[in-house]
Write a new protein. Structure first.
Length: 443
């Protein structure tokens, strides 16, 4: 009887403070932009570990992805997450993606995400940006555009100047003089002297090294003159993309600052065609860089989104056209398709609540059992005492004690003791229950 409270309380505490605690849960979020008719289901998966509302990446998590499009199996993909808890999963869809698109992602036998993914119209491919605004004067109208690439410090940029006459016709062989503040021309020449070609265009190369730089362009051919003063914004932190070959057999990514990875999305007519995570390594005396071999077919037209974050929502995220004959532009964001965290969190809450209910049940059963044992032992002790008193009264006196005297004697010897022990045991039991309940608040 003495060991029962200790055993039951220890067991209940172990259940409530062990399995009854809400443990770290692992879940998956799936990102992408699948569209009807797409030939590939390209998903970027984020594996997260969450406890008390705090998320951390789940590295080296083995995942298995299965999918069905309109009842047709797309096969199975398997692979681990990287150190940031991210991985690219790709499943071919020879018959094209169609609704309903159902995806299941599991870690071994445990399902982390089971959802139907939405199909959306493919995002509109980016359009070339308009000419830069600025202050113009004179008879020659100067238009300034980005020839290709991006204005990203400190990488080289190519600007195109177009000279138009009063009749808006291109002016060939017009001398062009350019001065820059916040940028450097090749060979540190300032001003840069060039001239327009037969189409009225001139190319100016420079390396920006400030968030904004000023460019003053002057065109002069007697009797016509024209001036353009423009302040050009630089995309802070933007990566630089260099295709290797035409068509590209690989890509080289340069970062302006230390970065661990570059995140790529290949966009085609049917949305996101593929994705990649490119590790970056600091080069001696140069920029952090990495290369990605391309061993899969590419759609046409093709834009490659290069970002420093897996959500592709940073200000430095750009979409590069392939081939790089037009400027890179702000990219359409990758979409969150499904979040498996609510499902796994609800499952964990149910499991922990069930364990806590089991712990409380152990305490209730132990309390009832203890009370019954106390009552049974008290009754047995009273019967023994009655028999002993009866025997003593018969041996020690010529006549047995009257029944009323026996009851008074029993009340004097056992009633107070029995009541006291019942109260003591009840107090100890209540104390133990309170201790367990207080310990449970430290979950």
């Amino acid at each position: 009887m003495i060991g029962l409270p200790a055993i039951s309380i220890t067991l209940a505490a172990a259940v409530m403070l062990g399995p009854g605690r809400v443990r770290v849960v692992t879940g998956i979020t799936a990102w992408g932009s699948p569209s009807p008719g797409g030939e590939v289901l390209a998903l970027r998966l984020h594996a997260l570990q969450r406890r008390l509302g705090i998320d951390e990446p789940a590295p080296d998590l083995p995942l298995t992805v299965t999918a069905r499009a309109a009842g047709t199996s797309l096969g199975t993909w398997t692979g681990p997450t990287n150190q940031d808890g991210i991985v690219e999963a790709s499943l071919p869809a020879p018959r094209g993606l169609a609704s309903p698109l159902h995806v299941t992602i599991a870690q071994h036998e445990r399902i982390l995400l089971d959802a139907e993914l939405p199909l959306s119209p493919p995002p509109a491919l980016p359009a070339p940006p308009p000419p830069f605004a600025g202050q113009r004067s004179g008879d020659i109208h100067l238009e300034l555009t980005l020839a290709h690439g991006a204005l990203a410090a400190p990488f080289p940029a190519q600007l195109r100047v177009r000279a138009l006459g009063p009749d808006q016709r291109p002016l060939p062989d017009i001398p062009i003089e350019a001065r820059a503040t916040g940028a450097v021309f090749p060979l540190a020449v300032d001003p840069l002297i060039t001239s327009t070609d037969s189409n009225g265009d001139a190319t100016i190369g420079l390396n920006p090294h400030a968030p904004l730089f000023e460019l003053t362009i002057t065109a002069r051919k007697e009797p016509l003159t024209g001036t353009l003063e423009a302040t050009l914004p630089v995309v802070p932190g933007a990566f630089w993309l260099i295709p290797l070959g035409d068509p590209p057999r690989g890509l080289r990514i340069l970062a302006p600052a230390p970065r661990r990875h570059a995140y790529l999305s290949f966009l085609g007519p049917h949305g996101r065609h593929a994705g990649a995570i490119v590790p970056l390594v600091a080069a001696r005396g140069g920029f952090p860089q990495g290369e990605l071999p391309i061993d899969f077919p590419l759609p046409s037209p093709l834009w490659i989104v290069v970002a420093s974050d897996p959500d592709e929502r940073g200000a430095a995220t750009l979409a590069w056209p392939i081939p790089v004959t037009t400027p890179a532009v702000p990219a359409p964001p990758i979409a969150l398709l499904a979040d498996g965290m609510p499902r796994v969190e609800a499952h964990e809450q149910q499991r922990a609540a069930h364990a806590r209910r089991l712990g409380l049940l152990i305490l209730v059963v132990a309390a009832v059992t203890e009370a019954l044992l106390t009552l049974a032992l008290a009754r047995r002790a009273r019967r023994h005492l009655t028999a002993h008193l009866q025997e003593a009264s018969e041996r020690g006196f010529s006549e047995p004690l009257p029944l009323a005297d026996q009851r008074r004697l029993l009340g004097a010897t056992g009633g107070i003791d029995q009541t006291l022990w019942v109260l003591v045991l009840a107090a100890l039991t209540a104390l133990a229950f309170t201790a367990v309940a207080s310990l449970a608040t430290f979950r």
